[in-house]
Design a binder for this molecule. Structure first.
Ligand code: FE
Length: 474
């Protein structure tokens, strides 16, 4: 009897030790041999969570790979015959085989804490191993059985301190973004705002002595001009290459798009009849005589419209682009040199249709959810090229004194945390495809984007300006 009690005490001690050990190792072995686990995975940068059925092997949590890889912005390919999974994200490649603890990470053999297993025709992979190698921090909460994933802050990778100097023509909401960057990295941000062309002239005039490390601006046309003028240097960064799709950066990596902005059709629903609305689908539709005296545009001298016209030339050829612009001019548009004022004029009944960037509407809706103007994504039909999307972005100056810090800044801005803050501050679409857009602009609906490379807007700018001049689009 005594013996039995002692033994029971002994066993409960062992159970307690196993339990505490389990806390450290991230799992609770509730009963010996239990290996199934229903767990939550929280993708905190993406604002998503999933409940998955995983398995615990050697105190390692294994989960189905598809949702994990997909939500972290990676691609996966599974070869069922070889039972081999290849995960890629930017320059990172991980190869995993069912039943083997050996994995390959960017060509180097590494050991995983447990071998992946196949269960119910699904390959389960070690969550922490995969997530950490895709630059995630993994936090396990045993009480709630939740793994929280979050991109490693840049500061955890590199710690430098010091300063980075930015010349920026982008001024909406940049301060809180830079403040957060400083908090995470210890790097002080100093920034000077000004016009796009003026800041380029200044960098040129300052030459080797320029205090600017980063040129930040809106519109691919401006970024392209800075690169053409030799003001920017090529940057080789695996993080930027992974986070920013190739079509949103310079082919020589001299500049990187950080947000996307869509320039499209806006209308007042009370001033456009349903029948008219049914025929309002394309930029060319605004050339129809029914819009005579009802159209509002920004002047053709503005780079936003020069890039739009350059995009029309690239997609439809110069002759068709010219017919479209001439048609707009034939409708005697009211020209207003501010997208915000264009939308406010539309709302006040001073016009019925217009072309503006989407985020100006996002901003007005943020301040007043009842703002009446509606958006149409232009050129979505099967024979049309897709809506015109431009970028805002940045490059590192050719003579940057704080080059390393400038790279850290751009990498941080491209990361989910940086993207969230930077894009949302102006209701723009994040350039990093792993980051979801702000709910207000997500509410505008999905669109098909014109696939022409953003650098074409710069290359065709001179042709666009000539066309605009010939059309009398002043
Ligand atoms: Fe703008």
């Amino acid at each position: 009897m005594k013996f039995g009690i002692k033994n029971r005490k002994f066993f409960s001690k062992v159970t307690a030790i196993i339990f505490v050990l389990g806390l450290f190792l991230g799992v609770v072995p509730v009963a010996y041999g239990q290996t199934f686990a229903n767990v939550n995975i929280v993708f905190s940068d993406q604002g998503k969570s999933l409940n998955v059925s995983g398995r615990i092997v050697s105190n390692t949590l294994l989960v189905p790979y598809q949702a994990l890889v997909e939500n972290l912005g990676g691609q996966s390919q599974y070869e069922s015959l070889a039972r081999r999974l290849t995960i890629t994200k930017g320059d990172t490649q991980i190869t995993i085989t069912a039943g083997s603890r050996n994995a390959t990470l960017n060509g180097t053999r590494v050991n995983m804490p447990a071998a992946p297993v196949i269960h119910n025709n699904q390959l389960l992979v070690p969550l922490r191993f995969v997530a950490e190698n895709l630059d995630q921090l993994v936090l396990w909460n045993n009480a709630t059985r939740t793994a929280t994933l979050r991109e490693k802050p840049v500061a955890a990778v590199k710690k430098t301190g010091g300063v980075v100097n930015i010349y920026t023509s982008r001024h909406y909401g940049v301060e809180p973004v830079f403040a957060e960057f400083t908090k995470e990295t210890g790097i002080t941000v100093r920034f000077t705002t000004g016009g796009d062309a003026l800041l380029r002239e200044r960098i040129k005039a300052e030459g080797k002595n320029t205090p600017a490390d980063v040129y930040m601006t809106v519109d691919a046309g401006n970024l392209w001009l800075a690169a053409q003028d030799g003001l920017l240097q090529p940057i080789s960064s695996a993080v930027l290459n992974r986070n920013i799709p190739a079509e949103l950066r310079d082919s020589q990596n001299r500049y990187f798009g950080l947000t996307k902005r869509v320039r499209t059709i806006m209308y007042h629903p009370a001033r456009v009849t349903p029948a008219e609305l049914a025929t309002l689908r394309t930029y060319a539709d605004l050339a129809d005589p029914k819009w005579n005296g009802r159209l509002i545009l920004r002047p053709g001298t503005h780079v936003y419209n020069q890039s739009l016209v350059a995009n029309l030339i690239a997609s439809y050829g110069e002759a068709r682009a010219e017919r479209i612009v001439n048609g707009w001019m034939a409708n005697k548009p009211q020209l207003i040199d501010s997208d915000t004022r264009i939308l406010e004029t539309l709302a006040a009944g001073g016009g019925d249709v217009a072309i503006t960037n989407h985020y100006y509407l996002g901003r007005l809706l943020q301040n007043n959810p009842a703002f009446p103007i509606k958006v149409i994504w232009a050129d979505q039909g099967p024979n049309e090229a897709g809506v015109h999307a431009n970028i805002s972005g940045a490059g590192i100056t050719a003579h940057a004194a704080n080059r390393e810090n400038a790279i850290i800044l751009l990498e941080w801005l491209s990361s989910p945390r940086g993207q969230r803050l930077f894009a949302d501050s102006n209701h723009e679409f994040p350039a990093n495809p792993a980051v979801a857009p702000h709910s207000i602009i997500a509410g505008f609906g999905k669109f098909r984007e014109n696939p022409v490379a953003k650098s074409e807007f710069g290359r065709l700018q001179a042709d666009a300006v000539k066309l605009i001049d010939r059309a009398g689009f002043k």
